[in-house]
Design a protein around this ligand. Sequence first.
Ligand SMILES: [Zn+2]
Length: 404
Amino acid sequence: MVRFLLRFGLAVATLIALPSLSSAASQLKKAEFSSPSADSVQLVLGLTAAATPKVFTLDSPDRVVIDLPATRLASGAKMPAAAGPVKSVRSAMQDRRTLRIVLELNKALDPIVQSRGNQLVISLGKAPAAMPTPPAAPVPVRAAHAPADEGRDIIVAIDAGHGGQDPGASGAHGTREKDVVLAIARALARRIDAEPGMKAVLTRDADRFIPLRERIGVARKARADIFVSVHADAIRNRDVSGSSVYVLADRGASSEAARWLAEQENAADLKGGVSLGDKSDELAAVLMDVSQSASIGSSVVAAERVLTQLDRVGTIRKTEVQRAAFVVLKSPDIPSMLVETAYISNPAEERKLRTASHQQAIAEAIFNGVREHFRTSPPDGSLFARQRDSRRGAAPIMAGSATP
Ligand SMILES: [Zn+2]
């Protein structure tokens, strides 16, 4: 969609030679409806300078959104009252530069945008009448459907294992798991935050102890799309090395569901909008299981991506995603994985784990795996989803132009 909107903007700018927008801000002086009928109306926008609009539709409820970049509402200017199929009109600055006008409709209607000089006409419900006396020919442009209002960030909860009085495993040279996993978690968070459309939340960003359930709580509070716990454990056999990735074993799920149910506030709202509060215990348990199973399914897919990426930066201990009943993996509604980045008990791996470059490489591998997963399966409403839809891309239909 982003690409489409850019193309849309460029096409309009090219065809009717609008002046550059970056130089002068425009003001919206006038917004009024004309020729309303039961199922059609035109919105006429008067601006102090030409603006290249981005126009798209949304449903549930049906809306037409008009974004006017580098534009603000002139003082005293007001949105018109409802008319024709338009139930309400509101406007707000979308960011500091973009004025957004939202028309709420009583049915789905495709807008057609005409632009000439400093005036924009958005026609809903019927073909626009030709605009009077052309200095330049009118250019009707049909808007496309947009899948979402704003592409939100995908939230990645990163859990550095252990911390505080719990040092985790230790290497022969005194390297402590809690320290190296925090370094990796921070590197991973930085990488995620640098990626448009992704945002990291750390369960801990210091050397402190956090109970396992609180770690899950941080992820839930942040409405995380995925939870990644980072570890570097020890094993008696010092020859063992390599990464492993774990997801929750199915058999751990049901008893955990019962426990979640007991905790009323946790059971109150599962992500995805299923409320358990008004359900019988039996039905709630079923819904919880369904949610948990779906989460485990997504976890496996994401974990496989991460495992593949880890294979590129070092050895992996097992080529399959492992199953275990780790408590931190037990969010019923957030796909979760636990990454054993390396064995701190292996002297060579301990040495590597201490270096910033290897910490960075592991973080990069986890990041690549997670990003790949979300590129393939973006959550609804995310920027990634918008980008996927724009790749599938409905090309804009330009009236009077043979090529889209
Ligand atoms: Zn650990």
